[in-house]
Ligand binder design. Sequence first.
Ligand code: PLP
Length: 344
Amino acid sequence: MKPVRSFASDNNASVHPDILRAVAAVNQGHVVGYGDDPYTAAAVRNFKKHFGPDIEVFFVFNGTAANCLSLRPMTESYHAVICADGAHIYTDECGAPEKFTGCKLIPISAPDGKLTVEAVGHAYHGIGDQHHVQPRVISVTQATELGTVYTPREIRDLARFAHQRNMFLHMDGARIANAAVSLGLTLREATRDLGVDVLSFGGTKNGAIGAEAVVFFDKKLARDFLYLRKQGMQLASKMRFISAQLDALLSNQLWRKNAEHSNRMAKLLEKEVRKIPQVKIVQKVEANGVFAKIPRHAIAKLQKHYFFYVWEEERSVVRWMCSFDTTEQDVKRFAKAVAKVVPE
Ligand SMILES: Cc1ncc(COP(=O)(O)O)c(C=O)c1O
């Protein structure tokens, strides 16, 4: 098969060679399974270096599980989770958060992917009413599903709103590295320091094979997490191979370098396609995704050569994602291909 790079998803990207090397490096001898091994201890230490010594962190296989498992300790089944209407937990997890927590998800219209305090305020009602679910968590996605990034102030305001009402702030950080880089912040400054209580930390989209983490900044919430993770079928027997990946991502600035590169490629793609009058960029390009409205007839023609998703069928909006392994040449070639098909 001829190797190609496309713009469908950062999940379609390859694995960063440093991650593969880290996996190979721990591939010797036997160690205890299920996380009681020195490589997992080293990765946990690394998370503590980044986020502070008083966190609890647990590794899982995928982002859906990180989200569901993050939400579970914060909620009872009569609670509700407020999220954007395009949130991954609401649109792309097949109802897993509802099934796993028993909670209702309350979606809020968010045309740029971001919740606001004002919009969340409208959904915060029925408190103390036995007929009504009780809002307990606000879940934000950073960077958002639409390639935008909350400012620190926006996150801080949502955290304050939540904490003043005995609620928690969850962050789906499948692309937290892209967001932190975009904001010029460390991972801690972009999460914990803004008032996030629980973070789904993404590794896979940033160069790992299948390695995510649940990070608790409020340790009390982590009390029963070992059992919840096992019940959630996310306890890896050969944990060292997940731990080694996350340890590598958090070492030598790999998380930052990968995210910086994919963000830069998205900016370049934006710049190139903005030269094409028939292409309209419909969201701010603040992370590694470009959302564009293109002539309907061009989509199928482009898709003959490049795989990508139509995001909004009705408006003819497509999503183009960049990854750590996207090259400038990929971007320029793709922009040329777009320019070629749109006028026809
Ligand atoms: C915002 C967001 N959250 C979480 C996920 C993780 O999902 P998965 O369970 O496929 O790893 C994704 C993946 O596409 C995502 O885009």
